[in-house]
Design a protein around this ligand. Structure first.
Ligand code: GLU
Length: 501
């Protein structure tokens, strides 16, 4: 029987979670749910120099907002806790020592200055310095020193690191669920640092130890971790542990130009690359939530960054994604980020929401404008304009004339107005005053009958009338607007236009 599916999202809290990280979390979530497994979140905070306050809370809040919170994590179902690596420090030491005892790792005492010097020296000769099999025997480490010397230096409190002793002359043929077989020449790898004498493991050691102890069945992560795959594979071998399966997700690419979508691209190009807004003393980065995106829309467009179900279908609820998700259908090549398409996704979710639901979301915006109205009225307004909105915040610009009289009038259109126009508008007011039944269709029929009877051209009345009520030649069916704002307001606006234009 195969192992139960347990997958993880393992972010380092070094700043706000980038949209690429969110996609990694989402694909792990989908894979877990699809396979009846567990999605857990582990905080990889062993690099204390890169720790950013607030980043961890941000990660949890973002996943919560998107509806893809982990099943197990810090403070929640801590089956294999702690889920913060900084609280697991004591665990890693014994594993580092085990690797040394088995000949898979060694102590190295080389100072940072010495290594820097070697790097510069190599550079001057047009080479790159790599700490690996070609030089390791000549450096300041337990492979070159006697056991006594090593023990003495450790007892003296000399700073050291533990390095992985990469085997030589091996070609590793490793499997990736998305990429198939990937080959690596071990001679080209460096002896990565696994552990430091300050008691902290590096990412590589902590990540492998924890993935093992937390019974991870599949590692699904970004393509930028593919170069670490050979080392990770060798670490599993060194520990004699069964390795999980690996899947490296394609990069998310800039909307224009080449390369990976970066954290700075969003603010530079005017779209969010973070799920939630992120504020520091120096700057604020936009968030999808604050920009008015629905979490369902964000989940939907992220799912399609590098995956599709093999059909043309683009709109998926989270449940539908879970049902159709398959790692085998994830692309190898990078996925272009398309901020315009993201707006389209939001629009699709907006129009499927009921007018009543949207009214509740729109109400605070209208209230902020100092307008007193009812949910019932807002619901009717929304029915008239929502087809043109991408965001709830668009609704105001699309519908302001339902609440307030225009303060200016489209100049190009009103240029044609003359005394006749004003006279006709005056007559329209008289007509409207007659009508007892003030519903859209009755007003329309009555006014059109009056125009026909008096041989008045349609355009001569309809255009000025729309301009009087809306200020521009835009908006839904004119008589619907008249019914909505009512007789008194309609007449007031026409009078105002006659006086102002
Ligand atoms: N802590 C790593 C990161 O920040 C995790 C990489 C992995 O999933 O192995 O992305």
């Amino acid at each position: 029987m195969s192992k139960p599916v347990r997958v993880r999202f393992a972010p380092s809290p070094t700043g706000p979670l980038h949209i690429g990280g969110v996609r990694t979390a989402l694909f792990n979530y989908l894979f877990a749910k699809k396979n009846g497994g567990t999605f857990y979140l582990r905080i990889e905070d062993t690099d204390q120099t890169r720790f950013v306050p607030g980043a961890e809370a941000y990660i949890f809040e973002a996943l919560e907002w998107l509806g893809i919170a982990p099943d197990e994590t810090v403070g929640k179902n801590e089956k294999f806790g702690p889920y913060r690596q900084s609280e697991r420090k004591a665990i890693y030491k014994e594993y580092a020592e085990q690797l040394i005892a088995n000949g898979w790792a060694y102590y190295a005492f080389d100072s940072a200055e010495k290594l820097d010097e070697l790097r510069k020296q190599a550079e001057a000769e047009g080479k790159t310095f790599i700490y690996n099999h070609t030089v390791r025997e000549q450096l300041d480490n337990s492979l070159a020193l006697s056991k006594e010397e090593v023990d003495q230096r450790i007892a003296n409190g000399d700073a050291f690191v533990v390095r992985f002793k990469t085997p030589t002359n091996e070609v590793l043929e490793l499997n990736d669920i998305i990429r198939g077989t990937v080959k690596f020449d071990t001679n080209l790898l460096d002896d990565k640092v696994l552990y430091k004498s300050d008691g902290m493991p590096t990412y590589h050691l902590a990540n492998i130890v924890d993935d093992h102890l937390m019974e991870t069945s599949h590692v699904i992560r970004g393509e930028e971790w593919l170069p670490s795959l050979p080392l990770h594979h060798l670490l599993y071998k060194a520990f004699q542990w069964e390795a999980p399966e690996f899947a490296h997700l394609p990069l998310i690419l800039k909307p224009i130009g080449n390369g990976k979508l970066s954290k700075r691209d969003g603010d530079k190009m005017g779209f969010p690359v973070f799920p939630l807004e992120w504020k520091t003393e120096e700057s604020t980065s936009m968030g999808y939530r604050e920009q008015g995106y629905f979490p369902e829309a964000v989940v939907n467009f992220l799912a399609l960054l590098g995956w599709n179900d093999g059909t043309e279908k683009e709109l998926f609820s989270l449940d539908e994604l879970v049902a159709s998700f398959d790692l085998a259908r994830v692309n190898k090549s990078g996925a272009k980020f398309d901020p315009e398409k993201n707006k389209w996704f939001n629009h699709q979710y907006l129009i499927t929401k009921s007018d009543e639901e949207l009214a509740v979301l729109f109400a605070p915006i209208v209230k902020e404008k100092g307008i007193a109205t009812t949910l019932d009225y807002l619901t009717k307004v929304i029915a008239q304009v929502k087809d043109r909105a991408n965001f709830v915040t668009d609704l105001w610009n699309l519908s302001d004339y339902f609440f307030v009289a225009p303060t200016s009038y489209d100049e190009k259109a009103t240029k044609k107005w003359n005394e006749e126009t004003k006279g006709l508008l005056q007559k329209v007011i008289e007509q409207l005053n007659f009508y007892a039944d003030f519903t859209s269709l009755t007003i329309e029929n009555s006014l059109k009958d009056w125009m026909t009877a008096n041989e008045i051209g349609m355009g001569k009345v309809m255009q000025p009338l729309r301009l009087s009520l809306v200020g521009e030649l835009k908006g839904p069916h004119l008589f619907d607007i008249i019914e909505m704002i009512g007789k008194e307001e309609t007449i007031k606006r026409i009078e105002k236009a006659i006086a102002k234009v």
